[in-house]
Ligand binder design. Structure first.
Ligand SMILES: Cc1ncc(COP(=O)(O)O)c(C=O)c1O
Length: 393
């Protein structure tokens, strides 16, 4: 029996594959430094864990409402209002098993076969695959390093057709760390309103900006809010990647469709962990603020260390926790592509990084700096030696 056509189109996540490969080598005793995983190195806060354990012990172990427990939907609607300045009723906020699933659900409830979604590149690995799973087409628009990989309305203008259904906006961006400034968001929102384009705003890194403030596009006006899906998660902000908990906020028509979809697919996000998340929100953003302070130091260090390597150029990211250096001189001169370069770095330097091609941009590598300063220092030093060795060949 053949697999379905749509599943045949899907590539497995390269970030997860590289992390798995690095972990396998580590388990064999190889001293690998991993810049692969997109997750903070800090543990989940104890008060969050304890609240989940308490819920478990109290027997909160049964099915719960498909859109999330009412307390958490209410707390999220309050938090979104306070932090991002957007009014959503609790019924317009859907708790989902991670932002990744939330995004998949959005694509499922809005796309018909053949519809187009504008995806700025470099992009986070799953957008294009999820769009393909919904029999739809990603219209890739290329952002340039010279402009700091910032999306502008001109990029979108070039990609629009009568089949365009939505735009994926990811600010701060994974993998580039680019942050779209408010002025540009206003232009983009106006264009989307005029052209009937829905906005899918992936704000998973909203807590991590280092200059330009994060602005939620849906906060710009009631009209913009009405065409926007705002997506975020506990994964990065509270170092809860393995818990699988995120949310989608959208006008009632859309949020109800997502709840209906969850009711027929997952039933509900895991019940007891939602009580942990409820506790996380009570800290008023203290935990992510502490991580942010640490990430700024690491960002400054890693970017200057990478730039000290001959023929490597790394832009200063304005948000998230990734460095995305241009290594095209090495991929062009010595290797066929950046995947080969990352394989060389894993074998020669014992350092795991992700190739830019996984994010739709050949000639770059992505390093997560959500790891200790000591590992960053050691890892970049190893990369430097391995690349210098190549020069001498
Ligand atoms: C931009 C972006 N969106 C969504 C996700 C998925 O987040 P979650 O782990 O909550 O599913 C990630 C995770 O790496 C991400 O980087």
């Amino acid at each position: 029996m053949e697999l379905s056509e749509k599943i045949k189109k899907i590539k497995p996540s390269q970030t997860l594959a590289i992390t798995a490969k690095a972990n396998e080598l580590k388990s064999k005793g190889v001293d690998i430094i991993s810049f692969g995983a997109g997750e903070p190195d800090l543990d989940t806060p104890d008060y969050v864990k304890e609240a989940a354990i308490k819920a478990l012990k109290e027997g909160k172990t049964k099915y719960s409402p498909a859109g999330g427990i009412p307390e958490l939907r209410k707390a999220l609607s309050e938090r979104i209002k306070e932090k991002n300045g957007i009014e959503y009723k609790p019924s317009e906020v859907v708790v989902c098993p991670g932002a990744k699933m939330g995004l998949y659900e959005i694509f499922s409830v809005i796309l018909n076969p053949g519809d187009e979604v504008i995806v700025p590149a470099p992009y986070w690995v799953s957008y294009t695959e999820q769009i393909a799973l919904n029999d739809s087409v990603s219209k890739i628009v290329d952002l340039s390093e010279e402009n700091g990989f910032v999306l502008t309305v001109e990029h979108i203008e070039d990609a629009v057709s009568e089949k365009t259904k939505a735009l994926v906006l990811n600010t701060p961006s994974n993998p580039t760390g680019a942050v779209v400034p408010k002025k540009e968001l206003e232009r983009i929102a106006e264009f989307c309103l005029k052209n009937n384009i829905l906005i899918i705003s992936d704000e998973c890194y909203e807590e991590f900006t280092y200059g330009e403030e994060h602005v939620s596009i849906a906060s710009l006006s009631k009209e913009v809010r009405d065409i926007t899906f705002t997506v975020s998660a506990f994964s990065k902000s509270y170092s809860m990647t393995g818990w699988r908990l995120g949310w989608v906020a959208a006008p009632e028509k859309f949020s109800k469709a997502i709840v209906d979809m969850q009711s027929q697919t997952i039933s509900n996000p895991t019940t007891f962990i939602q009580y942990g998340a409820l506790e996380a929100l009570k800290d008023g953003g203290e935990f992510p603020r502490r991580m942010r302070e640490e990430f700024i130091k690491r960002r400054d260090y890693i970017v200057s260390a990478l730039n000290s390597i001959e023929d490597v150029h790394c832009m200063l990211p304005q948000g998230a926790f990734y460095a995305f250096p241009n290594v095209s001189k090495y991929t062009q001169a010595t290797f066929e592509n950046d995947l080969k370069l990352t394989e060389y770095l894993l074998e020669e330097a014992k350092v795991a990084v992700v190739p830019g091609s996984a994010f739709g941009r050949e000639g770059y590598i992505r390093l997560s700096y959500a790891t200790s300063m000591e590992k960053i220092q050691k890892g970049v030093e190893r990369i430097k030696h391995a690349l210098e060795k190549l020069k001498k060949r």
